[in-house]
Write a protein that binds this ligand. Structure first.
Ligand SMILES: [Zn+2]
Length: 295
């Protein structure tokens, strides 16, 4: 009964405040997680302005995004260039690695990758990965062993570019089991660990889910004997939702669940079957994301 815990860190504020808060929480509960860091500029404000559509606005209201991410998110990278996360907050990332957590690459520029991945050439994708990889390797004094594309915006060209880096595994899609992707008939070496559970912003306010019953709802989605991978965000569970997540951990442990890094799940599944990643619409999300499919 294991839950692979993945922490996505998208913003400057999430790195600065959310990561130390989560590291303390995990120390209290005595386990490690896998942190995926964004290390280039924080332009997430652009992401919000670009998505000024009714459905997105509704989601922002539903999940109280300004409350979660802080009011400055609205302006990050819009009127002035976003601050470089890895440059200014390298000490936070270093401390997280030294605490024993697994460190992976989320992005160089989270906003750019999430918005433009399907429009980027393979060369541009490679450069984006390279900048993030180098910065994170430099900060941690060792190369990251894994990566997770922003917003689950996975494409075949992205997988082929990732194959040029020494990642052992990646977590780029939603799905139900660990697999090795096939692209154009080519079996890739790097393992995929899909996220199996929904994120906070995807389900809050839908189907009667509130902050009061959120943890019970999530506990009900865990599947004994199967792959369970949960994504939390440094900006949400490391901020406003910290106490709620603390409570979730306590309740899950009481029911016999153990929190582990994604790397630990890989170590237990060294020979996973083949699969593919397709781009699909997903409940609670704007636009498409990568979803596990059969070969
Ligand atoms: Zn992200």
């Amino acid at each position: 009964m294991k839950i692979g815990l993945r922490i996505d860190v998208d913003t400057f504020r999430g790195t600065k405040r959310g990561v130390p808060a989560l590291c303390s929480l995990f120390e209290k509960h005595r386990f490690h997680g896998t942190f995926f860091f964004s290390v280039g500029p924080d332009n997430m404000g652009r992401h919000l302005w670009r998505l000024l559509k009714p459905a997105f606005l509704w989601k922002m209201l539903r999940t109280n995004a300004a409350g979660l991410y802080g009011p400055e998110i609205i302006f990050m990278g819009t009127a002035w260039p976003g601050p470089q996360i890895g440059k200014h907050l390298d000490h936070v990332i270093k401390a997280c690695a030294q605490a024993g957590h697994e460190i992976g690459l989320h992005a160089w520029d989270h906003q750019r990758e999430q918005a433009r991945i399907n429009k980027m050439s393979p060369g541009e994708i490679y450069l984006e990965l390279h900048k993030g990889f180098d910065k994170l390797a430099d900060i941690c004094n060792k190369p990251p062993v894994c990566s997770a594309v922003p917003g689950w915006r996975c494409s075949d060209p992205l997988l082929l570019e990732k194959a040029k880096f020494p990642f052992v595994y990646n977590s780029d899609c939603r799905g139900t089991s660990i697999f090795r992707p096939v692209v154009d008939g080519q079996e890739l070496e790097q393992i995929q660990i899909p996220v199996t559970l929904p994120t906070y912003d995807e389900i809050l306010g839908r189907d009667g889910v509130t902050n009061e019953n959120y943890n019970e709802h999530m506990l009900g989605l865990l599947k004994p004997g199967q792959l369970n991978v949960l994504t939390i965000h440094a900006e949400a569970e490391g901020g406003k939702c910290l106490d709620m997540f603390d409570d979730f951990i306590t309740k899950a442990k009481e029911r016999g669940w153990q929190f582990v890094t994604l790397g630990q799940l890989v170590a237990e599944n060294p020979e996973p079957p083949l699969g593919r990643i397709v781009q699909q619409d997903f409940p609670g999300r704007e636009g498409w994301l990568g979803v596990q499919a059969g070969v």
